[in-house]
Design a protein around this ligand. Sequence first.
Ligand code: C2E
Ligand code: CA
Ligand code: CA
Ligand code: CA
Length: 279
Amino acid sequence: AKSRGRGNFQFFSRDMNAATHERLLLESRLWQALEQREFELYLQPQIDLPSGAVIGAEALLRWHHPELGTVGPDRFIPIAEESGLILPLGEWVLQRAIGLLGHWQTVGLGHLRLAVNLSARQCQGHGLLAQLDGMLADAGVDPALLELEITESAAMQDPERSRALLQALRARGIRVAIDDFGTGYSSLSYLKLFELDRIKIDRGFVKDIESDPNDAAIVSATISLAHALGLEVIAEGVETMAQADFLRAHDCDEAQGYLFARPMPPGQFERDTCATLDG
Ligand code: C2E
Ligand code: CA
Ligand code: CA
Ligand code: CA
């Protein structure tokens, strides 16, 4: 038993070393990545369910490293959060997103909204509102075209502070959405605490909507709850026609997912959306 225990320990520690090694490697390269302009925002269309029209997009961060290839945000956002890089990186994301909104006004796409993910640290810091004011004014962009997505767990780290932040955002006309709705551990009381524009139903509930009656019940109840509170609802991770049909039948306002389109480079998003508008 003793030798087996030691074997396990060695296995575990070798495993940890590999994880720690990757972490350190990614962390050191992340700081260079910002200077080397290796980040890009991909855009995934958001669809109005009744009409099928594209009403906007969610901005999703991508990191193209010359040797590591494309690294997904699930691998580097947690590292950026812990190391503090998320603050300059998050600022770059906002700058790029608001720049895109400004550009869209000049190419006939001025009606499209853009949703941007906010990290917990960005919500807790002091600079966010001033940053947003400056960027929106410089780009001449209507704040109502920008939506910020905040997860329940990020917002609940400091509820009082988040409440004030969300209120200040909405006072400027910036839209606020709760991301990954239903996956956190807090009660629904925050729906009363926070001023919101919409709720984003997590992919985890949408996935088995056709086969799992519990998921179907949760989704339809969430849509009713949101509407009763005067909020819009969008579902994420929609992959099949049957899922879209279910959501449409239950009055979900909007949807996003591989059924409609994968996240894509901004140029492609603009071409595709212009093509739809032309006919
Ligand atoms: P999220 O905000 O929940 O974003 C949705 C994720 O689901 C994205 O993964 C998207 O590509 C993926 N997705 C979209 N449609 C489908 C579908 O139909 N099926 C499946 N299986 N997946 C779908 P992605 O791009 O890898 O992003 C992962 C997470 O990284 C995001 O989850 C978000 O939490 C974080 N993230 C991405 N960009 C940013 C950013 O700019 N700032 C911050 N703070 N976090 C970001
Ligand atoms: Ca999101
Ligand atoms: Ca989400
Ligand atoms: Ca999610």
